[in-house]
Ligand binder design. Structure first.
Ligand code: SF4
Ligand code: SF4
Length: 379
């Protein structure tokens, strides 16, 4: 029953988005985008619809958990659909277990949204204002081609390579932001009955949380990726779980419950077969993802989400390339590396071309020869 409500909520939110676009346009409510909290409020002191969304969601999450992600987010819904579609095709990717799940979204949040906007605000003091109808609802959205590619890469392909909710777990900076109030939420999934260790809850969690391990070790789900979707509760045949309140002053809370500790790693990977650990290679992944993403972002209009999605998938292909025929394997890896090195060169040239005015014509002239997009602006 509860899942019907959740699906109804996701459908209703999408109807509201369409109504916003076609009926109200920008005349009353501007872009309802979480980025606004950073680009408008943190940077300029401007309050708009996106800023209000973030403040309301933050307070709501402090009490009820990350409902927004499980009950309202269109990107989360698409990833759940992708998982179901793969299941229908008898494809069951393993969910990737990595410490990057904790650190990469946080890094993206700090790097792309917090540090630069804070730096701007410190240098140019705020002028507080309230502008609910700003900015335009399309202001931060990419065009049709890049938008569609972003949905394909971050909504579908990433599920095939990284398992359940790959985008939410590895990239989403909004999720990283809500992890803070989620860790303190008053309502959580808790163990309130006898568990028979059937693992149904772990199997049904759309975010790839080892629910069985968490509730038996901490008496509740402490993983801050939990989106309060209640699928583990609905899937438990022994009614051992409930979504319930606990007085935070009486709760036993330990920071280690929330960190990716060694204990969790061995438990997760020894108990069953839902996860594949890449923890021993985390640093190599991090380095590749960072270099790959930064070599293509902003080229051809590629936004950060698409760049990180492509970077994660390509890093995964290179490190996990299991093609038996060696020539094919090395050719594929080589082509991926050439693609990123090529674009890193273009980005470096554009950077030096825009910061070295005397040498700029020569540098940019060279760049136009290797960059597939026309560079009239620079010319
Ligand atoms: S732990 Fe339970 S409530 Fe949380 S995301 Fe997983 S299935 Fe949903
Ligand atoms: S589904 Fe219920 S009984 Fe089975 S492992 Fe999870 S909590 Fe225990």
């Amino acid at each position: 029953m509860i899942q019907r409500f959740r699906i109804a909520s996701l459908i209703l939110i999408h109807i509201l988005i369409l109504l916003h676009i076609f009926y109200w346009g920008d005349s009353k409510i501007g872009s309802v985008d979480f980025q606004e909290f950073f680009h408008s409020f943190l940077k300029l002191g401007k309050i708009n619809a996106g800023v209000l969304l973030v403040i309301i969601s933050f307070v709501f999450t402090l009490i009820f958990g990350r409902f927004f992600c499980g009950w309202a987010c269109h990107f989360g819904a698409i990833q759940e659909l992708a998982w179901l579609a793969l299941k229908k095709m008898n494809i069951q990717p393993k969910t990737i277990d990595s410490k990057l799940v904790t650190f990469l979204p946080l890094f993206i949040l700090l790097h792309l949204y917090i540090i630069n906007n804070l730096f701007f605000a410190i240098n140019l003091p705020w002028e507080m204002s309230v502008k609910i109808n700003e900015p335009n609802i399309w202001e931060f959205l990419p065009g049709y081609i890049i938008g569609t590619l972003t949905f394909i890469v971050d909504g579908f392909l990433i599920i095939y390579f990284l398992g359940r909710k790959g985008f939410c777990r590895f990239i989403c900076p909004w999720g990283a932001f809500l992890k803070i109030p989620n860790s303190l939420a008053l309502f959580k999934v808790r163990k309130t009955g006898t568990c028979t260790n059937c693992h149904n809850c772990t199997a049904s969690c759309p975010v790839g949380i080892d629910v069985n391990y968490e509730i038996n070790n901490f008496k509740k789900v402490t993983n801050t990726n939990c989106t309060s979707c209640m699928m583990c509760i609905s899937g438990c045949p022994s009614s051992a779980l409930s979504y319930s309140y606990a007085n935070p002053l009486k709760e036993k809370v330990s920071l280690t419950d929330y960190l990716p500790t060694k204990d969790k790693i061995s438990e997760i990977n020894n108990k069953h077969d839902y996860f594949k650990s890449i923890r021993h290679l985390d640093w190599i992944y991090l380095l590749l993802i960072f270099v790959f993403a930064n070599s293509i972002t902003n080229l051809y209009g590629i936004g950060d989400f698409l760049a990180y999605g492509i970077a994660i998938i390509c890093s995964f292909i290179i490190i996990n390339n299991k093609i038996n025929l060696k020539i094919l394997k090395y050719t594929l890896n080589g082509l991926i590396l050439i693609f990123f090195i090529w674009h890193a060169l273009i980005k470096t040239n554009i950077y030096f071309g825009s910061h070295n005015y005397q040498g700029a014509p020569t540098i940019l002239e060279k760049t136009t020869r290797i960059y597939a997009e026309k560079m009239n602006l620079y010319r």
